[in-house]
Design a protein around this ligand. Structure first.
Ligand SMILES: NC(=O)c1ccc[n+]([C@@H]2O[C@H](COP(=O)([O-])OP(=O)(O)OC[C@H]3O[C@@H](n4cnc5c(N)ncnc54)[C@H](OP(=O)(O)O)[C@@H]3O)[C@@H](O)[C@H]2O)c1
Length: 193
């Protein structure tokens, strides 16, 4: 390989990306689930703002039995809980308990402690891994570039460590379709194509 030549050259397909972005913004309306989540336990990370908060609000509306707002600042989580309870009036069924649990994805120790709490739940039906960052500067957490640490390593640590609990949930509650969703970026889908 010649000096200065990239080993993995990345060429963003700007035109293709732009076309797909405009199409998705104007013509695609994602389907929202509308079935009941009665009896189910739902964990949403980064649930105090943005997509995480709106997803948590939606799960609450659909009647999950236990909704866990996983946040790095408990006071923000408590505010989100209050907001959800105040704004959702017509719930499908069930009585939901909303709990606020702390977890900081920049700290492996914090994520491992969170995993222990997840393992202690009687069931986990939904794990929505939404917490994430988009840093413009190069910074390290525990020696790893920060967005890699938060968005990838510790997110997948939680996701993979939750699999046994979700398998157990399926075995005990065969009607439940346990699933893990990891929020990613539109740009990644372009890179994958
Ligand atoms: N919105 C977009 O256009 C877009 C595009 C591409 C990807 N995404 C991804 O989609 C997800 C949600 O996006 P959003 O726009 O809703 O973002 P947002 O409003 O900034 O929410 C991100 C959430 O992640 C939490 N978070 C950040 N760092 C954390 C950490 N170290 N530990 C625990 N929680 C942490 C934030 O908590 P704090 O409030 O405490 O900071 C917040 O609750 C993110 O993963 C984002 O990367 C979004």
């Amino acid at each position: 390989m010649a000096q200065g030549e990239l080993e993995f050259p990345i060429e963003p397909k700007i035109g293709d990306g732009l076309r797909r972005f405009i199409y998705s913004q104007l013509f695609v309306i994602p389907k929202s689930p509308n079935h009941s989540f009665a009896g189910q336990t739902i964990v949403v990370t980064g649930a105090n703002s943005g997509l995480g908060l709106e997803s948590a609000r939606y799960f609450y509306k659909l009647g999950g039995a236990k909704l866990i707002l996983a946040v790095r600042t408990v006071s923000k989580g408590e505010a989100a809980k209050e907001d959800i309870v105040k704004t959702v009036r017509n719930r499908n069924d069930g009585i939901s308990a909303i709990e606020v649990w702390d977890v900081d994805f920049s700290s492996t120790e914090s994520v491992l402690a969170f995993i222990q709490r997840v393992k202690g739940l009687s069931r986990v039906d939904v794990l929505l891994c939404n917490a994430g960052v988009n840093f413009k500067q190069y910074q390290l957490d525990e020696g790893i570039e920060r967005s890699m640490q938060i968005n990838v390593l510790n997110t997948f640590l939680l996701a993979l460590s939750s699999l046994p609990k979700m398998r157990q949930t399926k075995a005990q509650f065969p009607d439940s379709p346990p699933h893990i969703t990891i929020i990613m970026t539109f740009a990644a889908s372009l890179a994958a194509n």
